[in-house]
Design a protein around this ligand. Sequence first.
Ligand code: RIB
Length: 290
Amino acid sequence: MSAASGRAARVAVVGSVNLDVVVTADRRAGAGETVAGRDVVEAVGGKGANQALAAAREVDTALVASVGTDAAGTAARATLTRAGVSLDAVSTSSHPTGHAFITLTPDGENSIIVVPLANADLTGDHVFAALDLLRPAVVLCQLEVPPEAVHRAAEWCESRDARFLLNPSPMGDFDRRVLALAHPLIVNRHEAELLTGLRERSAPDLARALSVGSRSVVVTDGPRGAFVAIDDAVDLLPAPAVTAVDTTGAGDAFAGVLAGRLALGDSLHQATARAVDAASRTVQLARSER
Ligand code: RIB
């Protein structure tokens, strides 16, 4: 049950929680170089937390995660609780809460070093047991937690007939067999290239190639929008033209809203259109304004 709402969660996000340390700089430092930054802010982040926050704006949402007992973990819990995310399935680790060090440049682009810390303690058994209690209709996973946590989430979805959404970001080791369960698989072009081994192909080509191995596929294509592929049919859900201030977490907002809208009964195309809008709004806002 959701602590925040008293209702059963319809979406469960299985994923990471981080303290994001965001440095704004005119450019990235090269190897051996020191560059002066302009500003530094701290924010609650992690792909799991970001996705849960976005999903909770649509529907009752629970987070399955692992955080430390430190100030970062306390702050994350407070932010997520205020947003209505159920934390009943968030376990406490003896390690510090995960950290991400983000360099943000004036073009709105970022580079990120993420240190898992407590996120590495999320076990497959905890995930499976938590999902059995939460009984969500939709489960959304990314790859900032151990692969075993994702595999057990997929296994739970298959055994309980729940919808499994996979956003394999950042791309890393995982059992490729779970791709067949993803409905949809949510990837950007870079991730699509890594999964297919195809280079210099258009986003629709990548979406079509991936749709052979998953029940449905969504390939996000930055400012263009997102391509939805089901079997051989590929459709573009276009994004409005906007000026990006900070692209950090836009993909997470996309995935979270997609999960929430699917749980509410939207078609994949309807849900993707809402997710494209959410990501477009996100990139126009600085972290402090979200
Ligand atoms: O996708 C953005 C997120 O990636 C950040 O919040 C950071 O924590 C990293 O995990």
